[in-house]
Design a protein around this ligand. Structure first.
Ligand SMILES: [Zn+2]
Length: 323
């Protein structure tokens, strides 16, 4: 299996043009954010949704386990969630115990396809939508009601990340890119696209052709990915400018790709240092007394690696969610 030429990959993405008008994206998002039907969530329950040839069944339960509560709280801290909001309270979360799609009399069990120790949590009372995944063991966190198409699509996207990981593992690789400047950005985009491609494939097999399927595609392709690509594109352009104009000839030939990557990441760190997320991070006892820049950067890099924190979201809040 050959690695991907990251520069060509980014160029190819930049040249893709099938961008929908903003208004069309907004209408699709509004439809996707409306529940298929209202569900009143108790401590536990089982629900069935049936709309226009699309149906699924799910069951849920409250979070009893104190270690599960702690996991949710930890995930929210990682996402830099304000502790005062309702969804920061694990009492408002539920565990998804079962989710089965029904297609032409056949049953497709989502949890059956994920590793056995997978756990999925969601917060039905949240009006804000978001999805994240950590692994191993696989933990998927969905902010939002699972009966909204948007949460359901986000859940499939997160499951897509798990499948992408499994594929890399099978290939014995940590990523698919070469070692050029911006390779890690290309890889980040590749994994997002791969997760969304998985989600869309799953949707195609359970949702009949029609508006819901089209909306899901718009969400995955034009909203969640597009905004992400735009911010990465801006950074790639900035790096290109840096490498052509500001670096000495000597640097240009002597710097290894890894060092280049390090520069790009430090550049991201400088941007991140201006965000509120940085202020919060700096309030944590572990990081409060670090020497400015140098020690901070080392600790931050390690923290990003360990937690998978998506700092692009902090640097570009207007870029929408990276799901
Ligand atoms: Zn993602």
């Amino acid at each position: 299996m050959r690695e991907i030429n990251s520069e060509q990959y980014l160029k190819r993405i930049a040249n893709e043009k099938d961008k929908l008008p903003e208004s069309e994206i907004d209408t699709a998002l509004a439809r996707l954010s409306t529940p298929f039907r209202e569900v009143t969530y108790g401590a536990e329950g089982k629900e069935k949704v049936n709309v226009e040839n699309f149906s699924f069944e799910f069951s849920y339960s409250s979070i009893h386990d104190s270690s599960q509560k702690e996991e949710i709280a930890e995930n929210l801290r990682r996402l830099q969630i304000d502790q005062k909001v309702a969804y920061a309270n694990p009492e408002n979360w539920r565990k998804l115990d079962m989710l089965i799609f029904e297609v032409k009399g056949k049953h497709i069990d989502l949890l059956d396809k994920l590793p056995p120790d997978t756990q999925i949590f969601f917060c039905p009372t949240s009006a804000k939508f978001h999805g994240s995944v950590s692994r191993p063991p696989v933990r998927i966190y969905i902010l939002g009601d699972i009966t909204t198409p948007r949460s359901l699509v986000t859940l499939l996207h997160e499951a897509g990340h798990v499948f992408d990981d499994a594929n890399l593992e099978k290939l014995g690789r940590e990523d698919m890119m070469d070692t050029q400047l911006n390779a890690y950005r290309a890889e980040k985009l590749r994994t997002e696209r791969s997760a969304s491609a998985f989600a869309f494939k799953a949707i195609k097999s359970v949702v009949p052709e029609g508006q819901l399927r089209n909306d899901a595609r718009t969400f995955l392709k034009s909203y969640a990915l597009e905004s992400y690509q735009a911010s990465i594109k801006a950074d790639v352009a900035h790096d290109a400018m840096m490498s052509h104009h500001l670096r000495s000839e000597y640097d240009y030939y002597m710097v290894s790709p890894r060092e280049d990557e390090e520069r790009a990441r430090f550049d991201d760190f400088e941007k991140w240092r201006k965000t509120n997320a940085f202020k919060k991070w700096k309030e944590t006892p572990d990081y409060a007394n670090l020497k400015e820049y140098s020690d901070e950067y080392i600790a931050w890099s390690r923290w990003v690696e360990e937690t998978g924190h998506d700092y692009y979201k902090d640097i570009y809040p207007e870029a929408g969610e990276s799901i």
